[in-house]
Design a protein around this ligand. Structure first.
Ligand code: ATP
Ligand code: MG
Length: 559
């Protein structure tokens, strides 16, 4: 991209602090080229809603300022990484609607360069091979209020260090036998500067580099240098890296890097009623508390997708989050609001009866095809044909024989009274049929002639509007009703392990009856089942023969 494409913005109150800073840097001339950001996941799990905040921020800045955003896998720890995660992360970023500039990048493709830079630090007398055991090293490091003391290996000569480091690389030492450390300041109040580890021995096969390496760089040694190699201008990370910043800058100063990136920190997304870290999500998956990384109850992006949440809703939610230098907990209600608002506009309307009760309409015989809109306010979303037949199903909960029920209190069908069937006639319940146990098995009713699309006489005024399907033409379907995996607001807090707090009843599968048009719903299409909730045709299991819908969210907030 050429410089002409740079979008210069004026500072505005709506900008977050990073946007304001970039605007300022462009005005002052401090930022000469284009903005380059990156999203740098470690491929050790699936992405979650917290990552979406970082993705929207990094890709969003590049879009807004006419720059580039890279997708770079921070793959320096082969023991926990896997190709499955690499694939899913790319899929999720694309699903969210972003595209990275250039090829996918890998920290591991810079391993030769990192090695050369480690050698460079040794040659400058700024790194040494240390043989302390991890326990000894931690004792030598001291703690925040107690200065560390120098490792006995700190004064090895450059030649000795070069030879030892080469032996580490050649696989001549066992894992844990030694590490390469930077020589900075064992008395620094910032623990990160007390001779941090640059390289560890890990005799692990790497998904990208195979068995080429048996030493791997630490996050701290790799991250800033990756940014420098890629010409990243704004390396945006979360607040826990604030204390690592002096180290990030130290490497950039000491090494002959091709560019000088800067690190900026913002607050992570935390949300109540869920766990977010990949490590914990992995435990839920591994312990089979959920069906997989894309279980609709997880706040992974693939789980949210399978739940029927559209990427647009996630982006709107993320755009509304504060990008600030503080951490805070976002109420899940804020997320749910964004989801409902998006689905209200974009979900097709249809009817599905979850708990059927047969109603026989005695005064009609022939099937009548009704044409109903897919959306009340969006004619462009089209229409569907709904058969209206002599036998229909309504929901059991929508009928009562209690004639004393107030009209305001119970806006459904009561024996003797009137109700409107959504998009169809007003009907009057005349009688009931019961079985030997006394349960109501059928309602006998009549339609009010002339009430299709018109008001009946005042004395036939319906109590309300209920949903229905044709009993003869409806299609049986599977409905997966999800509720919150955690009913405790902070599952990680307090007594007990979060795994044990997972709500075992958070999935109920029921059989329902849906409009015939729903059988041909496309996988992943979003529907509002009138009066029931928002549903999605399951990404994998839904088919014309066996329609399967997942509950995305109830129509109204219940918390
Ligand atoms: P986790 O603890 O879930 O494993 P992580 O920070 O280790 O998260 P990375 O793969 O390193 O995950 O994350 C890639 C990017 O996403 C990083 O820049 C990280 O700061 C950001 N990120 C991760 N979690 C969140 C969150 N909850 N809110 C905002 N950004 C996040
Ligand atoms: Mg991590």
């Amino acid at each position: 991209m050429s410089d002409e494409k740079l979008v210069s913005q004026s500072p505005s109150d709506n900008q977050n602090f990073i946007e304001a800073l970039i605007t300022e840097q462009q005005h002052s001339g401090e930022l000469k080229g284009k903005v380059i950001t990156r999203f740098p996941p470690e491929p050790n799990g699936f992405l979650h809603i917290g990552h979406a905040k970082s993705i929207c921020l990094n890709f969003g800045l590049a879009e807004q300022f006419g720059g580039d955003c890279h997708l770079r896998f921070d793959d320096t720890n082969p023991a926990k990484e896997d190709q499955i995660y690499i694939d899913s992360i790319q899929e999720d970023v694309k699903w969210l609607g972003f595209d990275w500039s250039g090829e996918v990048r890998y920290a591991s493709s810079y391993f030769d360069q990192f090695y050369a830079w480690a050698v460079n630090l040794i040659e400058q007398g700024l790194a040494y091979v240390c043989d302390l055991t991890p326990e000894e090293a931690s004792e030598y490091r001291g703690w925040a209020t107690k200065p560390g003391k120098p490792s006995p290996y700190r004064n090895r000569t450059v030649d000795e260090n070069l030879a030892l480091f080469e032996k580490m690389r050649a696989g001549e030492f066992d894992e844990g036998a030694c590490v390469l450390r930077a020589k900075i300041d064992m008395a620094s109040p910032n623990m990160n500067l007390r001779d941090p580890i640059l390289y560890r021995i890990r005799k692990a096969h790497h998904h990208q580099t195979g068995d080429k390496w048996c030493i791997y760089p630490s996050y701290d040694f790799a991250h800033g240098q990756e940014d420098a190699i890629e010409g990243v201008t704004h390396s945006i990370c979360t607040l826990e890296f604030q204390d690592h910043k002096p180290l990030y800058e130290w490497f950039i100063e000491q090494l002959p890097v091709p560019s000088k990136p800067k690190q900026y920190e913002f607050g992570r997304l935390h949300m109540n009623y869920t766990v977010m870290s990949k490590r914990k999500l992995k435990q839920l998956v591994d312990e089979k508390v959920v069906s997989g990384w894309d279980d609709p109850r997880l706040f992974t992006l693939s789980g949210l997708r399978r739940r029927g949440i559209r990427p647009e809703a996630i982006r709107t939610f993320c755009d509304g989050l504060a990008v600030a230098k503080t951490d805070g907990i976002v109420d899940i209600a804020q997320f749910e609001y964004a989801v409902r608002d998006d689905l209200n506009q974009h979900a097709y309307r249809a009817m599905c009866v979850l708990n059927p009760l047969k109603v026989t309409l005695t005064n009609i015989d022939d099937t009548q095809m009704l044409t109903l809109p897919h959306h009340p306010n969006e004619p462009s979303m089209g229409e569907r044909e709904v058969p209206f037949t002599k036998e229909i199903y309504i929901d059991k909960a929508d009928f009562s024989t209690d004639t004393t029920l107030g009209r305001k209190k119970f806006k459904r069908l009561v024996l003797g009274d009137y109700v409107r069937l959504r998009g169809a006639y007003v009907i009057q319940a005349k009688d009931i049929v019961t079985n030997d146990q006394g349960d109501i098995t059928e309602v006998i009713a009549e339609i009010v002639e002339g009430s299709l699309g018109a008001n009946p006489k005042p004395e036939q005024k319906p109590r309300g509007v209920i949903h229905w399907v044709s009993a003869t033409d409806a299609v049986p379907c599977e409905l997966r009703l999800y509720s919150s995996l955690f009913t405790e607001e902070f599952p990680e807090a307090g007594e007990g392990h979060f795994l044990e707090k997972a709500n075992k009843d958070s999935l109920t599968v029921v059989k329902g009856f849906c409009e015939p048009a729903l059988a041909s719903a496309k996988a992943e299409s979003n529907w509002q089942f009138e009066r029931e909730g928002y549903f999605v045709a399951d990404r994998y299991d839904h088919s014309q023969d066996t329609p399967v819908f997942n509950l995305t969210i109830d129509l109204k907030a219940s918390r």
